[in-house]
Design a protein around this ligand. Structure first.
Ligand SMILES: Nc1ncnc2c1ncn2[C@@H]1O[C@H](COP(=O)(O)OP(=O)(O)OP(=O)(O)O)[C@@H](O)[C@H]1O
Ligand SMILES: [Mg+2]
Length: 240
């Protein structure tokens, strides 16, 4: 938890890492609008692990894209610690996202022409990071995820599970506070899916990075601290 001073220095308010309040989003559909997110509120504490489940079309990716600042809601608020994300301009948002949020998708989206080593360093290029330190972090993460020996190979020369582990390294290389994973195991077999989720949970413990996983698998969802369900754009906490 992040703490912030109030007027009274004796009193500290505990801020969640991320707070979405009354977020709604509609898309044009036929003659009218279709409400995809209906008054969604969620707080993600620092270091938390949570799953979002729900049927296809229920708004899970839309919600993740809004949390990732890739999309804007029609109404509601989004605070990252004490920062109002809806006040950022596009350039500030891109900078913020690159430093604070790591993303993993169903398909790894590694660049086919680049080696794993080049791929995992891509997020470190636009930031003012110390490149030597970034390379040390990439080395440590590639070793930690068991793919260091493949670093000079290209994605086409590796298995789906190995590529997805490289996507995990790429998501973590800038030491973000939050990892958003949209069906990260959707293209993996059951064994590799379990391995990937266990790896994400181990890294969550080691690095304290909060983890939000969208999944269709209730077995994988149960490994997280909390489970939320989206149904027709309404989010409910299944643990209540
Ligand atoms: N850019 C868009 N323009 C119009 N409609 C959209 C857009 N993005 C999503 N939608 C619609 O919003 C609804 C929710 O989509 P979303 O991708 O968030 O669902 P999902 O829960 O992630 O589904 P899945 O499990 O199949 O990935 C769908 O009906 C979809 O067609
Ligand atoms: Mg989706």
């Amino acid at each position: 938890m992040t703490t912030t001073e109030t007027n009274n220095p004796q009193r500290k308010i505990q801020l969640p890492l991320l707070s979405l309040a009354s977020v709604s989003k509609s898309y044009p559909s036929g003659n009218g609008n279709r409400m995809v997110l209906n008054n969604v509120s969620i707080e993600i504490p620092t270091g938390e692990t949570l799953a979002i489940v729900g049927p296809s079309g229920s708004g899970k990716t839309t919600l993740l894209n809004i949390i990732a600042t890739l999309d804007k809601p029609d109404s509601g608020s989004i605070f990252f610690e004490s920062t109002d994300l809806l006040k950022f301009n596009t350039q500030d948002l891109a900078h913020f996202r690159n430093r604070r949020i790591g993303m993993i998708f169903q398909l790894h989206h590694l660049l086919p022409q680049c080696t794993l080593w080049e791929n995992v360093l891509i997020p470190t290029l636009p930031t003012n990071t110390n490149h030597q330190e970034a390379e040390k972090r990439a080395e440590k993460l590639l070793k930690r995820t068991g793919i260091w020996e493949y670093r000079h190979q290209k994605p086409s020369e590796l298995s789906g599970g190995e590529c997805q582990r490289a996507a995990v390294v790429r998501a973590l290389v800038n030491k973000p506070s939050l990892i958003l994973a949209d069906e990260p195991t959707g293209a993996l077999d059951h064994h590799n899916a379990l391995n990937l989720i266990d790896l994400l949970l181990e890294l969550n413990k080691e690095m304290g990075t909060a983890l939000v996983v969208v999944t269709h698998s209730i077995e994988l969802a149960r490994k997280m601290n909390k489970i939320y369900e989206l149904n027709d754009g309404i989010l409910t906490n299944k643990n209540l």
